[in-house]
Design a protein around this ligand. Structure first.
Ligand code: ACO
Length: 328
């Protein structure tokens, strides 16, 4: 029998889903005072996907989960842990995770949501990793799923051009490990938060404050200013914990919020531009869904291969921020 401490969480599959409806920058320019040129230059975003009326976060998450299970060659009943990173749940309760669990026909194990805004996927991954390494659970679906279109103020040009809807998922499996860095799996995770910055990035409603869902509000310049520092600190923590150097990384898969934040962070970390996986131009900022969406694209097009060292990082409202280093 494998003793506790000799287990590692290995990525067995990845999948994603984007709603059919595409909203281009040109279309946005007919809704608010903006332009394709401004949006591309400041953010790198060219289009985003918008959920159809009645299409909820759990529906997007279920599609991504099914794609990840297919990629892993597993069935829903093989999963005993479902964690969903989301800030746009179907309902205040029950959790989106239990909705997805039921839709997949999983009637054992445990499912719960995790709220860390754009860091939601990294937080969910780190949490699932700790469950799996403890030996309490065997296979986890880690999902990031969002319908930010439902909390966007579509008259506010400073925010409505930035966000989109989507979902991504990975299957993590506990496997016996000798603890070496060469072995596949999650090698280290680092999570941080600091609640003093709420005003810089928040939603101005909620069940206990206004009794409404509210709209996303952001001081963009301030968020930008903090984001690069937070991202680089937590990625450096991952390097320090493992002894891995930027040169040894094969891929850098950051939260897809803004191309300029991504490029600036990579440059500060000494990570070459050829190692960046950027998909923000295709779907905008999908919050907790953005990292597994990018992973899924890079896996499908053959960039990420088994054994590659992949660094994930995210920063989001709270502030929350985190990193994860994975031997794929
Ligand atoms: N189209 C045209 N003009 C615009 C738009 C728009 N969509 N939005 C703002 N402007 C105008 C502003 O009104 C301002 O005009 P002014 O000079 O006449 O006052 C001008 O453009 C410059 O505005 P800034 O806010 O200074 O623009 P900046 O270069 O900072 O870019 C941006 C704005 C893109 C939002 C940038 O600050 C940014 O990317 N911030 C980080 C945002 C982010 O990544 N958030 C996600 C974090 S993760 C999460 O948890 C959600």
């Amino acid at each position: 029998m494998t003793a506790v401490g000799q287990l590692r969480s290995v990525v067995a599959g990845v999948g994603s889903y984007l709603p059919e409806r595409v909203l281009t920058n040109a279309e946005l320019a007919s809704m608010v005072d903006t332009s394709d040129e401004w949006i591309v230059q400041r953010t790198g975003i060219r289009e985003r996907h918008i959920a159809a009326p009645g299409e909820t976060t759990s529906m997007l998450g279920e599609r991504a989960a099914r794609a990840a299970l297919a990629d892993a060659g597993l069935r829903p009943e093989d999963i005993d842990l479902v964690i969903v990173g989301t800030s746009t749940p179907d309902y205040t309760f029950p959790s989106t995770a239990t909705q997805i669990q039921a839709a997949l026909g999983i009637f054992h194990g445990v499912a719960f949501d995790l709220q860390a805004v754009c860091s939601g996927f990294v937080f969910a991954l780190a949490t699932a990793d700790k469950f799996l390494r403890s030996g309490s659970h065997k296979r986890a679906l880690v999902i990031g799923a969002e319908t930010f279109s439902r909390i966007i103020d579509w008259t506010d040009r400073t925010t409505c051009v930035l966000f989109g809807d989507g979902a991504g998922a990975v299957v993590l499996e506990a496997r016996a490990s000798d603890g070496s860095m060469a072995e596949r799996g999650v090698l280290t995770t680092h999570l941080r938060s600091d609640g003093r910055h709420r005003a810089k990035l928040h939603v101005d409603g909620g069940p206990s404050s206004t009794g409404t869902v509210g709209h996303l509000r952001m001081e963009g310049k301030e968020v930008f200013r903090f984001a690069v520092g937070m991202v680089t600190d937590v990625v450096k923590d991952a390097f320090a914990a493992t002894g891995v150097t930027p040169g040894e990384l094969r891929w850098f898969v950051p939260h897809q919020a803004n191309r300029r934040i991504i490029d600036m962070s990579a440059a500060k970390l000494g990570i070459g531009p050829e190692k960046i996986v950027a998909t923000v131009h295709l779907h905008g900022n999908t919050s907790a869904a953005s990292i597994p969406l990018a992973l899924s694209v890079a896996r499908r097009d053959g960039r990420i291969e088994r054994g590659d060292l992949v660094m994930l990082e995210a920063v989001g409202g709270g502030f929350t921020w985190g990193s994860a280093l994975i031997r794929w």
